[in-house]
Design a protein around this ligand. Structure first.
Ligand code: NAD
Length: 276
């Protein structure tokens, strides 16, 4: 059961905020069935991040160098988890704040597109988005519909299983320039995306929500420091431990899918109270 005191305090802080930024991590999507990075039982407990988490997995694949062992199971598992994932009450609560008229942007480390699907319109994805492809030749990006990603993914896994490299290259050559496309996600060791925009958002908000992140991945984990330095208030919500607790004004140990809807409900009550 989530403690009512901090929920009310958080609601009142949100109610008075002029510009809110939500900085989110894998924990926010845990209740959508997507395993987090570091929690026990997660994907990376079973697969080696050094082998499978680097961006060079794609370049090697398309250069004909094959894939490291375990990569087929890894890709199949990610695809099947994403197929089932839909926005949870935590994503929806953030979208509710936007539809209630709050100025809110989301800076996410997640690649699962669930903040956009949930209804937030200002989303900065510093680690990319798996539903977007980028051309390795000209850099052009294209967003895929959900079904299209899964169809492509299943075909790709099928060609890899069959060792049909020619069909795989044909499948990946989807850009107008004839170039090969890869998922537009940031692998270990690759540069993050839209960081200047994310820093600007963090520096100009007056309230930062830190949600479901261990804060272990840099440079994204510098963002709360930028907000704090610029004078923003900070609310942190994490299911197990608050990782930015020294910076946070309010700390809530709870699942975001439990705490955020309660907070948004209290914000609604506060607004109704003011209007009466
Ligand atoms: P992390 O796995 O390092 O940390 C997750 C944090 O969320 C933990 O502190 C955990 O206590 C907390 N948590 C777990 N379930 C929660 C819940 N229901 N509500 C609130 N908190 C919860 O994740 P990270 O900090 O985002 O870093 C991992 C990196 O891996 C990210 O950069 C991201 O790109 C990538 N990743 C993305 C996804 C995704 O797109 N959904 C999933 C796994 C990993």
């Amino acid at each position: 059961m989530t403690d009512e005191g901090p929920i009310r305090e958080a609601a009142s802080m949100i109610g008075g905020a002029k510009k809110i930024v939500a900085f989110t991590g894998a924990g926010v999507s845990e209740e959508s069935g997507i395993p987090t990075f570091r929690d026990p039982g997660g994907l990376w407990d079973r697969f080696d991040p050094n082998e499978l988490g680097g961006g060079d997995i794609f370049s090697n694949l398309f250069a004909g160098a094959g894939t490291p062992s375990g990569s087929l199971e890894f890709m199949s598992e990610i695809l099947s988890v994403l197929k089932e994932a839909t926005p949870n009450p935590g994503h929806q609560a953030l979208a509710d704040l936007e539809s209630m008229g709050f100025s809110i942007s989301v800076i996410t480390q997640n690649i699962d597109n669930l903040h956009r699907e949930g209804g937030n319109s200002r989303v900065i994805e510093v680690h990319g988005n798996i539903f977007r492809l980028v051309c390795l030749n000209c850099g052009e990006k294209q967003m895929l519909a959900r079904e299209e990603l899964f169809r492509l993914g299943d075909e790709l896994v099928g060609f890899l299983e069959a060792g049909d490299f020619e069909s795989l290259i044909k499948l990946a050559s989807r850009c107008g320039c004839g170039g090969i496309c890869r998922p537009d996600v940031v692998g270990f060791g690759e540069p993050v995306q839209d960081m200047p925009q994310a820093i600007e958002e963090a520096k100009t908000c007056d309230l930062l929500l830190i949600l479901g992140t261990s804060g272990a991945v840099y440079p994204a984990a510098y963002l709360p420091g930028h907000a704090k330095k610029a004078g923003a208030k900070i609310i942190e919500i994490n299911a197990t431990q608050c990782c930015f607790q020294e910076m946070a004004d309010i700390r809530i140990i709870a699942k975001t899918g439990d705490a955020l809807p309660l907070i948004v409900e209290r914000v609604r009550e506060l607004r109704r109270g003011i209007q009466q």
